[in-house]
Design a protein around this ligand. Structure first.
Ligand SMILES: [Zn+2]
Length: 279
């Protein structure tokens, strides 16, 4: 499932291709996405100009003149593909196609857990998808004290806390595992115990892993492709994610004796960690 770095990679490509452009033609092949598209979806998009392409958590936000925002979520398997005109023939699961003068953007989603919607810009913050979201981890004000305040008093595991979009937005299985490794924190630890200097260290680890992943174009495990069709390559830099039984970076332990990186299932999701380096 795409997490913050994959969505941010898509956002940057869409911003480069669409900012300032007019949407000349919109074609919907399937209205019944996770949330059905409004019947007047095409009419509300056509001839609008794109002001900017932003992101909140794992949502893409295409701001249009006239005050509406095209909200898109990639769900489990959604992809945005950009083509220069003339575009190749549409493929199976290309549900929505948006044209500008020179480009074609296609939203493809085989499993249809993704969505598109139109929300008025001034209603965005109070919309049910956004009003409860936690802070953006790459924002300047996401600091140790801010993270400590988010975690304070919570008795759930650190892993479960970071997966909760209301506590911190945009993270998922991969980057929570990688950030906990960088900070030396066990996924089993009680979330509320991460306070003070530890929270500062963890906030820095979250930012650094997200920045590195964005610079690599995200992680391409099953579905993620950049809108150009290129793969992200951060999956080659995972320290622990998906590496059960292997040695973690910089480890000198005898993997035959220690078992190496451990895989743990928490809340139905796999977590990977090094029990010797993460406490
Ligand atoms: Zn280790």
């Amino acid at each position: 499932m795409p997490e913050l770095p994959e969505v941010e990679t898509v956002r940057r490509a869409l911003a480069r291709a669409l900012s300032g452009q007019r949407l000349s033609h919109v074609h919907v092949r399937r209205h019944d996405l996770r949330v059905p598209l409004p019947r007047d979806f095409v009419r509300r998009l056509e001839s609008r100009r794109v002001r900017k392409v932003a992101r909140r958590a794992k949502f893409l936000l295409v701001h249009l003149d006239g005050g509406e925002v095209l909200v898109a979520h990639l769900g489990m398997s959604g992809r945005m593909r950009l083509f220069k005109k003339p575009a190749p023939k549409a493929e199976r699961h290309d549900h929505v196609e948006i044209e500008t003068g020179t480009r074609v953007l296609r939203f493809n989603d085989p499993r249809r857990f993704g969505l598109m919607a139109l929300v008025r810009k001034d209603k965005l913050d109070e919309h049910k998808w956004f009003r409860a979201l936690g802070p953006e981890p790459l924002a300047k004000d996401f600091t140790g004290p801010r993270l400590a305040e988010r975690l304070k008093g919570r008795k759930i595991s650190l892993k479960a806390a970071l997966m909760d979009q209301r506590i911190v937005a945009g993270l998922g299985n991969i980057y929570v595992s990688e950030a906990m490794f960088r900070a030396g924190l066990s996924p089993r630890r009680r979330a509320g115990s991460v306070q003070g200097a530890l929270a500062g260290k963890f906030a820095r680890a979250i930012k650094s892993v997200l920045r590195a992943a964005i610079a690599a174009g995200g992680s391409s495990l099953r579905d993620h492709r950049r809108p150009s069709g290129e793969l992200g390559y951060f999956q080659h830099h995972f320290a622990v994610y998906g590496r059960a039984g292997e040695r973690c970076p910089g480890c000198t332990c005898d993997v035959k004796k220690t078992g190496g990186i451990k895989r743990l299932v928490q809340g139905g999701r796999a977590t990977f960690y090094c029990p010797r380096k993460q406490k």
